[in-house]
Design a protein around this ligand. Structure first.
Ligand code: SAM
Length: 356
């Protein structure tokens, strides 16, 4: 590894068309207060220059927790027979969308497990209904589907799609996703882009067996793919999964990955994820101070929200719907930022040229 000073390493990560994995790995190893301060300040400066001081809220509705996948980390995995399963009715989804719209939020994220019972036409109709009643952007986060479903939903009016790669390390991906294929995941991301979506991806930090090199390669993967949004959150073990009892991903490591992703990608939308707020302490404000520019308040109705247990002790699981506005406003005010109640489209279309 090079013996460069932190400033030189950070400048290279920022400037180079494709940063050196060794530079990213070295920055991920920093733990001295001065090194961390330089990293986080650099990321905050890049965030300010490319995204401004606004924090964009995206209201999430978790409309079904049925899932036919077996992801090793996720509480929704199909083998978790202890979980009560639900599928919201169309009227309930519309009501929740109306609620977040009335709170001033202009993006709804419709998320679910990979629900075999969630029919392509049902969701297409849902998208049309939401679009006809509210001036909302729609982000879908419903996993791997036949490519014609992606096109159908795009034609119905969906704007964006979030499909995290979870890890760009093929071997780790294989271990974490029995019965799934890394190549298929990449194929889905390509198909989403080809269908005209603004595309988001992301990873989980602190998966058992994940190395620093693997995290460095995740950041390169984000940069190479020029994603419009990138969700970076810590791993939190769920008791009804293969990874029960494994240690949580560290907040500090997650913040370092977030900061480096900001420096490398410059203008991608980066949320301070709910998982970052669910580590016992709430680290979302720290995330906002080192690169993040998005928050994702939860608008799933309360009885269902508890059942969307991807990991335990999820932030705000008992908060009344709508309490998020006050909380977000406070969080923003404390760090001299503001909540930006616009749709928050991709910044990649704004003529910002990246050196990729
Ligand atoms: N099934 C869809 C998909 O694959 O995109 C969306 C739903 S999935 C439950 C949403 C996200 O939850 C995943 O992308 C994953 O990163 C995150 N997640 C699930 N279990 C987790 C855990 N134990 N710790 C941290 N994040 C987790």
């Amino acid at each position: 590894m090079s013996m460069s000073k932190p400033e030189d390493i950070l400048n290279r990560i920022y400037d180079q068309a494709l940063p050196e994995p060794a530079d990213l790995e070295q920055a991920l190893s920093w733990d001295k207060p001065q090194e961390l301060e330089r990293l986080f300040n650099f990321a905050d400066t890049v965030r300010k220059e490319y995204c401004g001081d606004g924090i964009i809220p995206r209201g999430i509705i978790e409309f079904s927790n049925f899932c036919d996948k077996e992801c090793s980390y996720c509480g929704l995995n199909k083998n978790n027979r202890k979980l009560g399963r639900y599928r919201m009715k169309a009227e309930e989804v519309l009501k929740s969308a109306g609620h977040l719209f009335s709170c001033g939020i202009r993006t709804v994220v419709l998320q679910s497990g990979e629900d075999p019972g969630s029919d392509v036409s049902w969701l297409a109709e849902m998208i049309k209904q939401i679009k006809s009643q509210f001036a909302l952007s729609i982000t879908l986060c419903v996993g791997e589907r036949p490519f014609q479903d992606y096109r159908r939903w795009k034609d119905a009016g969906a704007d964006r799609y979030l499909l995290k790669i979870e890890t760009s390390d093929k071997e780790l991906y294989r271990q974490m996703h029995p019965g799934m294929s890394f190549e298929q995941r990449i194929g889905c991301l390509d198909a989403l882009r080809e269908s005209g979506y603004q595309v988001g991806s992301g990873n989980i930090v602190g998966l058992p067996g994940q190395s620093r090199e693997s995290l460095a390669r995740d950041i390169l993967f984000f940069k190479q793919n020029n994603f419009d949004m990138i969700g970076i959150g810590p791993f939190i073990a769920h008791q009804e999964t293969r990874l029960a009892g494994q240690p949580k991903g560290q907040a500090l490591l997650t913040l370092k990955v977030l900061a480096l992703a900001r420096i490398a990608t410059r203008n991608a939308h980066l949320p301070a994820t709910t998982a970052l707020g669910s580590l016992g302490e709430d680290y979302r404000q720290e995330g906002l101070k080192c690169g993040a520019n998005v928050l994702m308040p939860n608008f799933t109705p309360l009885p269902y929200r508890k059942l969307y247990e991807i990991y335990p002790d999820k932030k705000c699981v008992n908060e009344p719907v709508g309490a998020c506005n006050f909380c977000m406003e406070q969080m923003a005010k404390q760090i001299n930022r503001f909540i930006d109640y616009t749709k928050g489209d991709s910044l990649k279309f704004k003529g910002v040229t990246l050196n990729v």
